[in-house]
Structure formats: structure tokens, C-alpha cells
Design a protein around this ligand. Structure first.
Ligand code: AGP
Length: 612
């Protein structure tokens, strides 16, 4: 939800921190700020994006080699200058930035006010820095000890970075439920919400665990203790991320770049896991727990947003191919509805960021009931990835655009591999069909490449439909979750109201919405439901609805009556979502661009929802 950067070393901190904040802006962009220790503590903060902060500091003295920065997605307090981070205490000695929610901030604030503290902002974060300041003063404590004692009194989620004007040789970070990573450079250290702020300086990282406090200083290096004051040995990893993955590389938006990366990212999700020559599908994470999967009562998939939609496709795939019962749940509902769970259940979490609070909480509930928890995640080393018993990364690389695209197809690819692997173990499909699906799956990246050639045609259609204020998305079978995903894409980046429906559901109400002002996006690429969906399209056309149809190459009946047609290569039915979603991604992208929206950072949204 928010982005945090900290630096301590011999270089000027301001440039490194502001550049780092720009790389974290996808996490939130309501306001931004920086605090630097020079001969005092200089704080600059501003509502708006990081570029507003850049303008603010352009002629200021921001010299100093220790600092912290923050880019915010507002939870408590509207996005304005006062509520922007960093926050300080009354003495002005400490500066702190925070990602998360201090749930008991009200009680803490009242106690601090009773001790004479006065507050400037409406934020929960400001309470935390005042608490640390009070504890440090009462006990005349070192910063890291004051932070530790303060955190023992905090309830909620936090990732913080703190600096002390009177002790400029130390930078302190801590986390609970919100991600924080320490970068270990040559004679310098970084703190970040993820590694992107400092990837071009170092790839040696330590991911903090919950309740851990990292203290970095140039003389003592990195020391980690937990809130119980126990020393924790740092586990240093070497990242294999490339800095180019964090740049647009000539594309106008990250979203477009990530749509075009999909032939490669779908290939990478399969790399080493599939071979038609050997008629093999192998998911290492699954192999470890194969017996529990094949004997499972059922598989429950928990996720949010786009990941929920790929979960729905997973349900169709696993039930269709492996005949294991599957339920798909919104993580936010699952965690609170007192679900029935046992050790006979498998719970799979789908998450691009690996930090979604609701999905994390759903997994913790499942773990507490003895279920096997499996992760299908993109972000390596993320909280969800580290919580699960086993899992499979989708290897899509950093997804910067708030609208998820390559992560969706990466998740669906891994779910397809999972379903195929289970079907092979359970002999629920013939070897011939297994081999056909494996061979077709290997061809998908090239087919996606072919669909991307339709971009100009799709851009033309987007110009034709961009002014409609509503939209309906229809699909059947495997394409029903694709319809939901297409609607979400349009909603979240163009702010046009859109709904996805099973095509047959139209007759039960939504058809009343159809008139010449209603664009209806129909994904009609699954052969088994073809005749029925042709009838659904005719029902829409009969009521003057404007039909934009995605069909298999050479299709006639729908192409004859639709307003616009996008032809894509045909494939085996279980693999259709990997193809039919691509035109919907491009359509939503071009409509949003035509409407002048901020495609990579749509209003009100953030890339990773790490609060409830
Ligand atoms: C999708 O385009 C959205 N950005 C959002 O719905 C996202 O899929 C959801 O917040 C889940 O995120 P996750 O996959 O990182 O858990």
C-alpha cells in the first residue's frame, strides 16, 4: 500500500531515496516525503506523486548521507501535506515512515496526549513515532531499543524505517505483516518495501520476518533482533532480478510492456516444468506433497481481485482434468466466515505480490486448521511465499502496472500445469489427451505473440467504444472467469463501470440493460458452448446492443452479426483463457489511454493491498 526507502552510507541519500520512491510509486502515490540527517533533521513532504516532492526539494539543502523516504496510499487521514510521511515526534529528534495500520493507535494516542504530546496529523503513524520518542526519553535508550519496546505495545501491521538526529550513524527498520527488505551494499545499506529501490546498487538482500527489527550502522553492519530481544541471524540472499525489469524499455506504460511480455512470461512459467517429448509435467513444489494432493477431500483456492479470477479458471481446470473438488473463495470473505477446514484439505493461495493482507490471513487460518497450504506467487521471498508449506513461483518478473496482466496468465499457466500433473497421477485423462494438452500448451507463447499482432485493430475498436460509460462482458465455461477479468481490467484503469456475466445469465436480468449504448464484449472461443453463445449474441444484437466479439480464426456466425470482431488462434478448450484474455487486456489499455487515464497508477488504487 505504501512504499518505504531508507539509506545509510557514504553517498548523498536524497537522490538515492527519491529514485527509490519513484520505483515504489506503484505501491501508492497519494503523497511523498523524505527526511535527511544533516546538521539537523530536514523533512520535506508533499501531497501528490514523487514528482511533486522532486519539485519541492529542487532548490533545498538536502545534503546528508542518512535518510528515509515514503510514498503513500492513504489509510488514516486524507492525502495532504500534513498527513504525508515522514512523521516526527514533539522533540523533532526522530523521523519515521510506515506502511501498514496501527490498530490500537487511538488508545496509544490518548495516553501520549495525557503525557503532554501534541499531534499535527490524523495518521496512526504519527502516534508510533511519538511513542518511540517517549520511551527513548524515559529510558535514555538507544534508538533500536526504544523502537523494540514501542513495537511490543503496538497491535496491527507495520513496516517502518526510523532515524535519530542525535545518532546519525544508525538506521532502524522493523516489520510485522507488511514487507521490508534490507539491501547490503559495499559500505552502505538500504531498506525498502521491496528490492526495486536499490537493485542497481546491490542484489544482496535480507527479507525481514514478522516481529524482526533490523539495525544497520556503518561500524557494526546489520544486526537483527526480534521484539523479544533475541538475536536473529540474517539470511542473506542474492537476487537474480535485472534492473531493466523495472524500466519501461520504450513502452509508453508498464502495463503495455507487461502485456507484451506474456509470450515470454508464459514460457518462463512452464520452463523446466513441461516436455511434450517426454510427455511430462513436473511441479517440484507439488511433487513433495503429491500424496496429500491426490488424497485431498477438496482444494480451496483463496485470492483477491485478478488472482481470484485465475483461481476460478483453476477450479474449471482441476475439476475438469483431475476430478478433484475445488472451491474458490475471496480471501477477505473466507477468513471471516468460520469455514470448515481440516488436514484433508489443500488451500492454494494465488497472489502476484505475495503480500495481500486478506490472502495472507486466509492462509494463516488454513494453516491453523492443519490444511496443507500451497502458494502460486510471483514475488520471490514475499510473505505469502514464505508462509506456505510448498508452492510454485510463476516467474513473471516484477509486475509494476497496477492492473495485473502477465501475473494473471502466469498464474493460469501454473494452474494448468498443476491440473495436468494431478490428472496424470490420478489417470483421470487419457495419455493421448494429456499429450495433446501438453503439446498445445507449449504452443501458447507463439499464439499469444500472434494475437499481439492484432494490437492496431484492437486500438481502432477501443477508439470506437471509448465513450460508453458502461460495459458488459460475457463468456461461458472457461471463458466466464475471463469475462470477469476483462470487466475488472476496464473498471480499474478507465473508471468505466463494467460487469462480467456467464453469457446464459443475461436472460435472468442483465438483458434489461441492453440497448444501443451498451457495448457487450463476448468471448466466444470455447467450442463446447459455441452454439449457445451464438444464440446469446443474437439476443444482444436483437436489442441493438453493440457486440465486440472475440472468436476463433475463421468463425462465421458471430462475425456476421457483431459490430467488431477480434479473431484469435484456436486451441484446446482448457487452454482458451490464456489466449482470450489478451484482447481484453489490450482493449482496456487502449480505452484507458484514449480517456487520458493514468494507466499504470489509476486513481484510488495501489499495486499491493497490504492492509485489510
Ligand atoms: C488486478 O488488476 C488488481 N491490481 C487487483 O485486483 C489485484 O489482482 C489484487 O489486489 C490481488 O493482488 P495479488 O495478486 O498481489 O494478491
Amino acid at each position: 500500500m505504501c512504499g518505504i526507502v531508507g539509506y545509510i552510507g557514504s553517498r548523498q541519500a536524497d537522490k538515492l531515496i527519491i529514485k527509490g520512491l519513484e520505483r515504489l510509486e506503484y505501491r501508492g502515490y497519494d503523497s511523498a516525503g523524505i527526511a535527511i540527517i544533516n546538521d539537523g533533521l530536514s523533512i520535506f513532504k508533499k501531497a501528490g506523486k514523487v514528482k511533486a516532492l522532486r519539485k519541492l526539494v529542487a532548490n533545498a539543502d538536502t545534503s546528508g548521507t542518512v535518510g528515509i523516504g515514503h510514498t503513500r496510499w492513504a489509510t488514516h487521514g486524507e492525502p495532504n501535506d500534513i498527513n504525508a510521511h515522514p512523521h516526527t515526534g514533539n522533540s523533532g529528534r526522530l523521523a519515521l515512515v510506515h506502511n501498514g495500520i496501527i490498530e490500537n493507535y487511538g488508545v496509544l494516542k490518548s495516553a501520549l496526549i495525557a503525557e503532554g504530546h501534541t499531534f499535527d496529523s490524523e495518521t496512526d503513524t504519527e502516534v508510533l513515532v511519538h511513542l518511540i520518542e517517549q520511551i527513548q526519553k524515559d529510558g535514555n535508550l538507544a534508538l533500536e531499543e526504544a523502537v523494540r519496546l514501542a513495537l511490543t505495545r503496538v497491535e496491527g501491521a507495520y513496516a517502518i524505517a526510523v532515524i535519530d538526529r542525535d545518532n546519525p550513524s544508525v538506521l532502524v527498520g522493523a516489520r510485522k505483516a507488511s514487507p521490508l527488505v534490507v539491501g547490503i551494499g559495499e559500505g552502505e545499506y538500504f531498506i525498502g518495501s521491496d528490492a526495486s529501490p536499490f537493485l542497481d546498487s546491490t542484489k544482496r538482500v535480507v527479507y525481514l520476518d514478522d516481529n524482526q527489527i533490523a539495525t544497520v550502522s556503518l561500524e557494526n553492519g546489520l544486526q537483527i533482533r526480534n521484539t523479544a530481544n533475541e538475536e536473529q541471524p540474517p539470511f542473506i540472499q542474492e537476487l537474480d532480478l535485472q534492473i531493466e525489469a523495472l524500466e519501461k524499455e520504450g513502452y509508453e506504460h508498464f502495463m503495455l510492456k507487461e502485456i507484451y511480455e506474456q509470450p515470454k512470461t508464459i514460457f518462463d512459467a512452464m520452463r523446466g516444468r513441461i516436455s511434450s517429448k517426454e510427455s511430462r509435467v513436473t511441479l517440484r513444489g507439488l511433487e513433495e506433497y503429491a500424496n496429500r494432493f491426490v488424497r485431498a477431500n477438496r482444494i480451496i483456492i483463496v485470492a483477491c481481485g485478478t488472482s481470484y479470477h485465475s483461481g476460478l479458471i483453476g477450479e474449471y481446470l482441476i475439476e475438469d482434468l483431475a476430478r478433484i473438488p475445488v472451491e474458490v473463495e475471496y480471501a477477505s470473505e473466507f477468513r471471516y466466515r468460520n469455514p470448515i477446514l481440516s488436514e484433508r484439505d489443500i488451500v492454494i493461495a494465488l497472489s502476484q505480490s505475495g503480500e495481500t493482507a486478506d490472502t495472507m490471513a486466509a492462509l494463516e487460518l488454513a494453516k491453523s486448521k492443519g490444511a496443507l497450504i500451497y502458494g502460486i506467487v510471483n514475488s520471490v521471498g514475499s510473505s505469502i511465499a514464505r508462509l506456505t508449506d510448498a508452492g510454485s513461483y510463476i516467474h513473471a518478473g516484477p509486475e509494476i502496472g497496477v492492473a495485473s496482466t502477465k501475473a494473471f496468465t502466469g498464474q493460469v499457466t501454473v494452474l494448468t500445469l498443476l491440473a495436468l500433473s494431478l490428472a496424470r497421477k490420478l489417470s483421470t485423462i487419457s495419455n493421448t489427451y494429456f499429450q495433446t494438452l501438453v503439446r498445445e500448451l507449449e504452443l501458447i507463447p507463439a499464439m499469444v505473440e500472434e494475437i499481439l499482432q492484432e494490437n492496431d485493430h484492437i486500438k481502432y475498436i477501443a477508439k470506437e467504444v471509448k465513450d460508453h460509460r458502461n460495459a458488459l462482458y460475457l463468456g461461458r465455461g472457461y471463458n466466464y472467469p475471463v469475462a470477469l477479468e476483462g470487466a475488472l481490467k476496464l473498471k480499474e484503469i478507465s473508471y468505466v463501470h463494467a460487469e462480467g456475466y456467464p453469457a446464459a445469465e443475461m436472460k435472468h436480468g442483465p438483458i434489461a440493460l441492453i440497448d444501443e449504448n451498451m457495448p457487450v464484449y463476448v468471448t466466444a472461443t470455447n467450442p463446447s458452448a459455441y452454439d449457445k453463445i451464438v444464440s446469446n449474441v443474437q439476443e444482444v444484437v436483437a436489442r441493438k446492443g453493440r457486440v465486440i466479439a472475440i472468436v476463433n480464426k475463421g468463425e462465421q456466425a458471430i462475425a456476421k452479426i457483431a459490430d467488431h470482431v477480434i479473431e484469435i488462434p484456436s486451441t484446446e478448450e482448457p487452454l482458451t483463457p490464456l489466449l482470450s484474455v489478451i484482447p481484453l487486456q489490450l482493449l482496456s489499455y487502449h480505452i484507458a489511454v484514449e480517456l487520458g487515464r493514468n494507466v499504470d497508477q489509476p486513481r484510488n488504487l495501489a499495486k499491493s493491498v497490504t492492509v485489510e
